[in-house]
Design a protein around this ligand. Structure first.
Ligand code: NAD
Ligand code: UD1
Length: 338
C-alpha cells in the first residue's frame, strides 16, 4: 500500500481515479482548489468505495500550502490532474492557462523534489499531436498544438523531460489521453461541465435529459466515412485504471515514459449519436451546422506502447460508455448540485 497525492482529484477524471486507487487499497490525498468541481464528488467517492480520502482545498499555485500538505501526508507519488482544460477559454485567457497548467506543474515539482518525491503521473492530451499527418497516432508522431491549452500541455511535457534529464531520480509518466467519456457504472460520479458543454458526449447526455433542445453536429463534410469527425473515445474508468498501471510501472522503472491512452478505435459523431440512441432507447435530435474552427477530421491512437509498457488495454466498449454516461446523467439531471 502506498500514499498517492492526487491533484485535481475532485474533477472528472481525478474522481474516477481516486475511486480505483481507494478500491485497491492505496491511501489517497486529494488536493483541489474546486475551481471546476465540487466537494460532492468526494462524498460520492466515499459512498462508492466505503473509504475516505484525505481532502485539502489547495491551489497548486500556492507553494506554501502545498509544502504543508507534503509535510503532513508524506506521499510516495503524485498523479497530477489539476489544470484548466477549455480550449476556447484558453484563447481568451492564455495567461491563466500558462499559470495554472505550466507554472502550477513547476510549483508542484519543486515541492515534490524538496520532499524527496520523484514519482509523477501527468495528464497530457492527444491535443499535443495537433492535426495528425498519419493515423493511428504513435507517440513518436510530430507534435504541434494549435491553441494555448494544447501548448500548455506541450510545454509541460518538455519541462518534465528537461527535469528528468536534470535529475535521474525522477520517474515520470506522460499520459496522452484521447477522448474520455462516460461515467462510473454506479452512476454516482461523472462529468459535470459548467455552462454549455464544449465536448460532444456531455452535450448529447444533456439533450437526452432535456436540458438542451438539439445537438449541433459541427460539419458533415470531413474526409471520413460519414463526413462527421472521428475520435478515439475512451471510457473514463478504463482511463482511470491506466493511471494505476502507470504508478505500478514507475515503481519498477526509472526514466520517463510517454504513452497514449486510447482504445485504438475511431468513431464518428453520427456513430456516437446512433449508439447512444440504440443502447439507451432515446432520440437525439440534431442539426448539421458548419465546422467548428480548429477541429480536426480524425484522431485515434495506436495504444500499443500502453499495452507493452503498462500492461494496459481499454476493455469497455462504446456501448458501455453510452450506457454508463446516460445512467450518470439520468441520476444527476443537473450534475452534482441539488
Ligand atoms: P476537471 O476540470 O474535471 O478536473 C480538473 C480539476 O483540477 C478540477 O477539480 C479543478 O477544480 C482542479 N484545478 C484546476 N486548477 C487547479 C489549481 N490551480 N489548483 C488545484 N486544483 C485545480 O478536468 P478533467 O477532465 O478531469 O481533466 C483532468 C486533467 O486531464 C486536466 O489536466 C486536463 O487538461 C487533462 N485532460 C482532460 C481531457 C478531457 O477530455 N477531459 C483530455 C485530455 C487531457
Ligand atoms: C476537444 C478539444 C481538445 C481536447 C479534447 C478532449 C476543442 C477544439 N478541442 O477535442 O483540445 O483535447 O476535446 O477533451 O475543443 N462535436 C459536435 N458537436 C458538439 C461538440 C462536438 O459535432 O457540440 C464534434 C466535434 O466536431 C468532433 C467530435 O464531436 O468531431 C468530438 O468533439 P469534442 O468532444 O469537443 O472533442 P475534440 O474535438 O476531440
Amino acid at each position: 500500500m502506498s500514499t498517492v497525492l492526487v491533484t485535481g482529484g475532485c474533477g472528472y477524471i481525478g474522481s474516477h481515479t481516486v475511486v480505483e486507487l481507494l478500491l485497491r487499497g492505496d491511501d489517497v490525498v486529494v488536493v483541489d482548489n474546486l475551481s471546476n468541481s465540487s466537494l460532492e464528488s468526494i462524498k460520492r467517492v466515499e459512498t462508492i468505495t466505503e473509504r475516505v480520502p484525505h481532502f485539502i482545498e489547495v491551489d497548486i499555485l500556492d507553494r506554501a500550502e502545498l509544502r504543508c500538505v507534503f509535510d503532513k501526508y508524506r506521499p510516495d507519488s503524485v498523479v497530477h490532474f489539476a489544470g484548466l482544460k477549455a480550449v476556447g477559454e484558453s484563447v481568451s485567457k492564455p495567461l491563466s492557462y500558462y499559470q495554472n497548467n505550466v507554472a502550477g506543474t513547476a510549483n508542484l515539482c519543486e515541492v515534490m523534489a524538496e520532499h524527496g518525491v520523484f514519482s509523477l503521473v501527468f495528464s497530457s492530451s492527444a491535443t499535443v499531436y495537433g492535426d495528425p499527418e498519419t493515423l493511428p497516432l504513435r507517440e513518436d508522431a510530430p507534435l504541434g498544438a494549435t491553441n494555448p491549452y494544447g501548448r500548455s500541455k506541450l510545454f509541460v511535457e518538455e519541462m518534465l523531460r528537461d527535469l528528468q534529464i536534470s535529475d535521474p531520480r525522477w520517474r515520470i509518466a506522460l499520459l496522452r489521453y484521447f477522448n474520455p467519456i462516460g461515467a462510473h457504472p454506479s452512476g454516482m460520479i461523472g462529468e459535470d461541465p459548467r455552462g454549455i458543454p464544449n465536448n460532444l458526449f456531455p452535450f448529447i447526455t444533456q439533450v437526452a435529459v432535456g436540458r438542451r433542445e438539439k445537438l449541433a453536429i459541427f460539419g458533415d463534410d470531413y474526409p471520413t466515412p460519414d463526413g462527421t469527425g472521428v475520435r478515439d473515445y475512451i471510457h473514463v474508468v478504463d482511463l482511470a485504471l491506466g493511471h494505476l498501471k502507470a504508478l505500478d510501472y514507475l515503481a519498477e522503472k526509472e526514466g520517463i515514459l510517454t504513452c497514449n491512452l486510447g482504445t485504438g478505435q475511431g468513431y464518428s459523431v453520427l456513430d456516437m449519436v446512433r449508439s447512444f440512441e440504440r443502447v439507451n432507447g432515446v432520440t437525439i435530435p440534431y442539426d448539421i451546422v458548419p465546422r467548428r474552427p480548429g477541429d480536426i477530421a480524425s484522431c485515434w491512437a495506436d495504444p500499443s506502447v500502453a499495452a507493452e509498457q503498462l500492461d494496459w488495454k481499454a476493455t469497455r466498449s462504446l456501448d458501455d460508455m453510452c450506457t454508463d454516461g446516460w445512467r450518470w446523467q439520468q441520476q444527476n439531471h443537473i450534475g452534482y448540485l441539488p
